[in-house]
Design a protein around this ligand. Structure first.
Ligand code: C2E
Ligand code: MG
Ligand code: MG
Ligand code: MG
Length: 283
């Protein structure tokens, strides 16, 4: 009780609240506090994306990290959905966009050859009228061509409100930005809807990549979901990237399927900016 009052006290804690609900409120008020202090404790990590044809670096995905003032690290899966439901995703998402583009500019100035940067975007951000103007302001400020930014939107989210997503994505696409459909294969897209979204890339969900190695042993890779996604993507003239590639066997399978790009622990974990630059330099 005393502890909650210390934390600014703009939430009233009711005694009949479950401890899970109380924990969520505490996380939210801490996150709000972090944003009010210029993102104190928040940072971005960057994970390399590579061509499966020649191993060249094609991009980096920015992934948010949060360490609270008490030292605890909260994974994004625990706070992004809270932020989405509370509206805090708008300032949080803007913080991510600004940080990622500022970093991209610094790498550019350092001569690091990074073709593109991918940023995860939530639906409330995408539909917010100030999102695209803010993004364009950042592109201008940091002198970055929109073609070098890829917005990642989760398939299940994009399909929840297809018309809305399509319009918002089309506005981004018209401004030159690239669009990837994240966690593809988990969201029950209808083919008709998929066809109408203005996409550049499908990201094979890592659950299907995980299944691949065992199929190689059985020499039955021909019937994998991953293969269907690669074919579907190429039929729709989309590039296909696999996420969560952890083993050489998975890599070989994906190469045989004609998957264009890959991302995963096999190549590099999400890293702080300095480690990422060192990783690039070492290659
Ligand atoms: P995602 O966009 O699908 O990101 C991929 C997740 O897989 C990341 O988890 C990454 O660390 C993890 N990963 C990468 N390679 C491997 C691998 O080889 N094996 C395994 N097991 N995992 C791998 P992370 O960083 O915990 O992010 C989780 C999710 O949180 C992301 O999934 C994304 O949906 C969301 N997220 C992260 N950062 C942001 C952000 O800035 N904004 C928004 N809106 N969402 C974000
Ligand atoms: Mg992503
Ligand atoms: Mg994903
Ligand atoms: Mg995900």
């Amino acid at each position: 009780r005393a502890k909650t009052e210390q934390r600014g006290g703009y939430h009233l804690y009711r005694s009949d609240m479950s401890s899970a609900a109380r924990e969520r409120l505490l996380l939210l008020s801490d996150l709000r506090g972090a944003l009010e202090q210029q993102g104190l404790g928040l940072s971005l990590h960057y994970q390399p994306q590579l061509s499966m044809v020649d191993g060249r670096l094609t991009g980096a995905e920015a992934l948010i990290r949060w360490q609270r003032t008490d030292g605890s690290r909260i994974p994004p899966d625990r706070f992004i959905s809270l932020a989405e439901r509370s509206g805090l995703i708008i300032p949080l998402g803007n913080w991510v966009v600004d940080q990622a583009l500022a970093q991209f500019r610094r790498w550019e100035d350092q001569g690091i050859d990074l073709p593109r940067i991918a940023i995860n975007i939530s639906l409330p951000q995408l539909r917010h009228p100030a999102f695209l103007p803010f993004l364009r302001e950042c592109l201008e400020q940091y002198r970055i061509a929109p073609e070098r930014i890829e917005l990642e939107i989760t398939e299940s989210v994009a399909m929840q409100e297809v018309d809305l997503a399509r319009e918002a994505l089309a506005r981004c696409k018209n401004r030159g930005l690239c669009i990837a459909l994240d966690d593809f294969g988990t969201g029950f897209s209808s083919l008709a809807h998929l066809h109408r979204l203005p996409l550049d890339r499908l990201k094979i969900d890592r659950s299907f990549v995980r299944d691949l190695a065992t199929q190689l042993q059985q020499e039955s890779a021909g019937s994998s979901i991953a293969e269907m996604i690669v074919r579907l993507g190429h039929t729709l003239s989309l590039a296909v990237i696999a996420e969560g590639v952890e083993t050489a066997e998975q890599q070989t399978c994906l190469q045989n399927l004609g998957c264009d790009e890959a991302q995963g622990y096999l190549y590099g974990r999400p890293m702080p900016e300095g480690d990422f630059a060192a990783w690039v330099a070492q290659r």
